[in-house]
Design a protein around this ligand. Structure first.
Ligand code: GLU
Length: 303
């Protein structure tokens, strides 16, 4: 399969959409990003790497971080994790309060904000140095010790994070989080602020293709757990557009409001794409199109 040519053809085909959508501006630091950027990287399990455009530009991974948080929590808690958070698609926005209230503070899944805030609370309870441990884990996944938090983005999100604070307060009210609200929120915002490039994200996601034993920085997951983690990405990875992504792309994946998307083709490859302009559901316009064309041109998907 000539993935290099396919990435180049895809880019030409999605150029007409390059001005569609707009970048996330509810986090002031993200509003400053140049929206007219695009990068893509595909890495196969045999170690071949294909890139196009700005595959080495780092960006705010935002909710893609939730995959790493889930992997750590599953490694620590195993199946008991699902007592604290559900694994059903939410069908509502990533920051919705309504569902959380109706369901008495048990988040639908780990990939909506409420779920990830609960997972942040778990890591704070379980680990002596959660910030350091999280970075070590992500650094090990992509084999790069430069990966770091961007404190400007984290603090900027905290400053305007009224809705996430409301979610954390409701979780605390229902007894779903144990630690101090401020501590939990700041750790959550820090994890969202991590910056990585498409090349680094593709490398990190390769671990989720299940092609070799999963053990990074001491965190282990069995093949069966990786399978289940992929199932949660497939059903819950794209906010209230998870069905649409599944329909168009046919791979498990996760997006973030920084405009990044990762997707995994089990036992074959991982791919990361980035372009900051988002559609109304919070997913990258060009990123979604690029992945739709990738599985269409290659005729490869899990279905
Ligand atoms: N830090 C963002 C928030 O909590 C993450 C949202 C996302 O990427 O979906 O609003």
């Amino acid at each position: 399969m000539d993935y290099q040519k396919i990435l180049e053809d895809i880019y030409q085909e999605i150029l007409p959409y390059s001005k569609d959508g707009k970048q996330a501006d509810y986090i002031p630091a993200l509003a400053k990003v140049n929206p007219d950027q695009f990068g893509m990287c595909l890495e196969t399990v045999t170690g071949e790497i294909f890139t196009h455009k700005q595959a080495d530009t780092r960006f705010s991974i935002q909710s893609i971080t939730k995959v790493f948080t889930l992997a750590m929590c599953l490694s620590i808690k195993g199946e008991a994790l699902w007592k604290r958070v559900g694994k059903e698609p939410s069908g509502t926005a990533f920051n919705s309060l309504v569902q959380l209230e109706v369901e008495k503070g048990i988040p639908r899944n780990p990939f909506i904000n409420a779920g990830a805030i609960v997972l942040s609370d778990i890591l704070i309870s379980e680990l002596e140095n959660p910030e350091e441990e999280f970075l070590s884990f992500v650094r090990a996944l992509c084999g790069n010790d430069e990966i770091d938090y961007n404190m400007e983005v984290a603090l900027s999100e905290r400053e305007k994070g009224y809705l996430n604070a409301a979610i954390a307060n409701m979780l605390k009210y229902h007894g779903t989080i144990d630690n101090d609200i401020e501590r939990v929120l700041m750790f959550y915002f820090k994890m969202c602020s991590v910056e990585m490039s498409c090349r680094e994200l593709a490398k990190a996601s390769l671990a989720f293709t299940n092609h070799s034993p999963f053990e990074y920085a001491g965190y282990k997951l069995s093949k069966s757990r990786i399978k289940r983690l992929n199932a949660v990405m497939q059903t819950c990875g794209f906010y209230d557009e998870a069905g649409e992504f599944s329909y168009l792309v046919g791979l498990p994946g996760k997006s973030g409001v920084g405009g990044g998307i990762i997707a995994v083709y089990p036992h074959r490859y991982s791919v990361a794409v980035w372009s900051p302009r988002l559609n109304s559901k919070g997913n990258s316009v060009m990123g979604m199109k690029a992945l739709e064309l990738l599985t269409t041109y290659t005729e490869e998907s899990i279905f």
